[in-house]
Design a protein around this ligand. Sequence first.
Ligand code: NDP
Length: 248
Amino acid sequence: MGAPVNANIAVVTGASRGIGAAIAEVLAENGFRVALVARDVAALSKLETKLGDRARSFVCDVADEAAVNATLDRIETSLGTPGVIVNNAGVGGPFHRVDEVDTAEWDALFGVNVDGVRHFCRWALPRMKASGYGRIVNISSIQGLFGGARSSTYAATKHAIIGFSKTIAAEWGAYGITCNAVCPGYIDTEMLANADPESRKELLRRIPAGRFGSAEEVARLVAFIVGPFGGYINGSSLVMDGGLSAHL
Ligand code: NDP
């Protein structure tokens, strides 16, 4: 553990598309150098080219702890020690009833959505503590606060990272580190595009805003949390859902 963390270097997982790509773009626009982490080499290269010297891509499966540690070591050597970690990589489906979910499916979702978050935090926290600075944002979901039919595994993973984020906030807050969860409602990305048209229509009916959110809206909330005025937000679960969870 050598150099102090750099507050302007951010790691964004799941940066190859959707919300993660938008977070990477907005952070780059705000002056961060961004390490783009995901598995899709072509998509990562495309975004890297678009963002120029503000971004470098790193191919990694976040569920694989050894690969995550090796990737973060490479990021540290080539960009510097990140002061910001945005754990966004996540998988949604398949959407099965509780009794239909087999152990392999359960473990796979927890491997990415929960273990993946833990791997990045575990590497980063001691470095952030030594530097007296760190910002961690974990992308949960509105399903981290509520249940949903056929969403037991996904909802369990997203509840888990809220508890994990609060615990980090409590344990590490005295060292200048903040850790928050962001809980988007329905955001128009590939994850949602896979829903059938009837479900999309039904969801829209329940959202007071009458529309899905955009990846850019989530990205700008994340940018605020990790930016110069975000330091007093710690241990929070910030909901952005167009009013969906404001009513039954
Ligand atoms: P997408 O499916 O569009 O993108 C998911 C991203 O995660 C991709 O970049 C994918 O990259 C990456 N990823 C998935 N598995 C792995 C893995 N094992 N290792 C590394 N990267 C991985 O999803 P969204 O952009 O919609 O969602 C992003 C986050 O936001 C997720 O955590 C999701 O749960 C959450 N969310 C989304 C909502 C929505 O309505 N869209 C609502 C609430 C929360 P690659 O395939 O290249 O590895």
